[in-house]
Design a binder for this molecule. Structure first.
Ligand SMILES: Nc1ncnc2c1ncn2[C@@H]1O[C@H](COP(=O)(O)OP(=O)(O)OP(=O)(O)O)[C@@H](O)[C@H]1O
Ligand SMILES: [Mg+2]
Length: 323
């Protein structure tokens, strides 16, 4: 299952992504975590020290290698250069599994807090507001578009704040999206904005309250979010202590917060897989992207990259090139 954490800046996306990932890993389940945020904090939230976090390989620096690998021998993709962030997989493409050895994981993956971590890499001042910024999350989009996750396997992505991910199809690449909401009006406004953008795209969106301190906070979230509020996480002195440099042990986490993590997992597990939608939207955003800029940039008609016979899913693994 592919899971995203989104929400207002500072709402707790990184904290909750790292806690859920560790909760799943502690249950012995396969988890792959991706830091796709502008502010790369997930490594540290998972327990790496700053120096180790700074040494994480950046997916953004290896875009060519990612494209070259995933392209495989798909005849519809003429060259690595003609593969753009939305180029969908087709027959001959290399597909990824959550658990396998492949050159991409070998190049990019590191262990952090008992889970496997991939990171887009920090965003320089030059990246913000221009196409390069999207090139970095483009690496994540490519990866997710080629990833066949089986039942009981989890991919947890810490996303960028607010609604930035709507600049591409990235927001449709998840089976379940958790929008983290603090009990504040600014935070619930981000919820409504995201919900508005996502409408019409079959996004399974749930609100997750965070930093809740009082009954008044709970009442506020319920009043603002109604039944969209899946669960809330309380303000945690343990999370605060971790922020002050003490190691965070999951067993020591407050009982209510551990119960909230179980609830998140249940919600993910109760979500149906819809490979047909996943594939259809990959194609939809690719065609949109091709028309908007990618055809002009590449000098090709990138609509021809779409393989009409192909639907991503467990059945198509056998059609793919081998690692
Ligand atoms: N439940 C909680 N209890 C206590 N502190 C929390 C909780 N959730 C998050 N925090 C704290 O709030 C701050 C922001 O959290 P976090 O970095 O997870 O947010 P974010 O949404 O990822 O932020 P950004 O938009 O900067 O990426 C951190 O200092 C974190 O330790
Ligand atoms: Mg963050």
């Amino acid at each position: 299952m592919k899971i995203a954490f989104v929400g207002k800046g500072g709402s707790g996306k990184t904290t909750l992504a790292s806690l859920l990932a560790r909760h799943l890993a502690a249950a012995g389940l396969p988890v792959l975590v991706i830091d796709a945020d502008i502010n790369q904090h997930l490594g540290v939230a998972l327990g790496l020290d700053e120096a180790a976090a700074a040494r994480l390989p950046a997916m953004g620096d290896h875009l060519e290698a990612i494209k070259d690998y995933l392209r495989g021998d798909n005849p519809r993709i003429r060259s690595t250069a003609s593969m753009v962030k939305t180029t969908p997989p087709g027959r001959g493409s290399r597909l990824l599994r959550v658990v396998e050895r492949n050159p991409l994981y070998e190049l990019l993956e590191r262990q952090a807090g008992g889970v496997r971590l991939l990171a887009t890499g920090p965003f320089g001042a030059d990246d913000l507001g221009v196409a390069c910024y999207h090139a970095k999350t483009g690496a994540v989009e490519l990866l997710l578009n080629h990833l066949v996750d089986g039942p009981g396997e989890y991919v947890v992505v810490d996303m960028t704040a607010g609604a930035d991910c709507f600049a591409s199809g990235l927001f449709t690449r998840f089976d379940r999206t958790f929008l983290v909401v603090e009990p504040t009006r600014k935070s619930t406004a981000v919820w409504r904005q995201y919900q508005g953008y996502a409408r019409g795209f079959d996004v399974n969106l749930s609100a997750v309250g965070n930093k809740v301190q009082t009954d008044g906070d709970v009442a506020f979230l319920r009043e603002q979010l109604g039944t969209d509020l899946l669960v809330h996480v309380e303000h945690s002195s343990l999370v605060r202590a971790a922020e002050q440099g003490r190691p965070l042990s999951l067993e020591a986490l407050e009982a209510a917060n551990r119960a909230a993590l179980r609830r998140l997992r249940e919600a993910v597990d109760a979500t149906g897989k819809d490979w047909a939608r996943f594939t259809r939207q990959a194609v939809q955003f690719h065609l949109r992207n091709a028309r908007a800029w990618a055809n002009a940039r590449s000098g090709e008609d990138l609509a021809t990259q779409v393989d009409p016979e192909f639907t991503l899913g467990p059945d198509t693994l056998r059609l793919a090139a081998t690692p």
